[in-house]
Design a binder for this molecule. Structure first.
Ligand code: RB5
Length: 141
């Protein structure tokens, strides 16, 4: 499992925290930026991550101030199912029922402790398939 991560300036610090947290756990992480607090446009980073998650065994993480901008932008990319998660339960359901391949979070909404729990839930939950696969297929079509 490889993680591709990206943020805008508002998500930069939480993105750095999440990246380091995952690297320390031995997870392979590719950082698509932003690389500083300088003001940037979140759709550019949503695009970079969205284009990178279409391979096998790759999940994306996108962070902006609210998580809303990156989730709207990422979901315009075919094949991307981006879920804005603010709870551990939501993160688990986003994988189990929606087969989300991009986790979006708001750095101005969640703290680092909650972000850790959300990331752990997202990365450790498998898609359940079955009736959920039929529904996800309808979205893809
Ligand atoms: C940047 O100020 C902020 O608008 C952005 O990070 C994000 O929250 C947009 O949805």
């Amino acid at each position: 499992m490889k993680i591709v991560i990206g943020s805008d300036h508002a998500g930069y610090e939480l993105k750095e925290f999440v990246k380091n947290y995952l690297v320390e756990k031995g997870v392979e992480v590719e950082d698509k930026g932003a690389y500083s607090l300088e003001s940037v446009d979140y759709p550019d980073f949503a695009k970079k991550v969205s284009e990178a998650v279409l391979g096998e065994n790759i999940l994306g993480i996108l962070i902006c101030g609210t998580g809303i901008g990156v989730s709207i932008a990422a979901n315009r990319h075919p094949g991307v199912r981006a879920a804005l998660c603010q709870t551990e339960f939501g993160a688990r359901m986003a994988r189990a029922h929606n087969n989300a391949n991009v986790l979006c979070m708001g750095a101005r909404v969640v703290g680092i402790g909650l972000a850790e729990s959300i990331v752990n839930a997202f990365l450790s939950t498998e898609f359940e398939g079955g009736r959920h696969a039929r529904r996800v297929d309808k979205i893809e079509r």
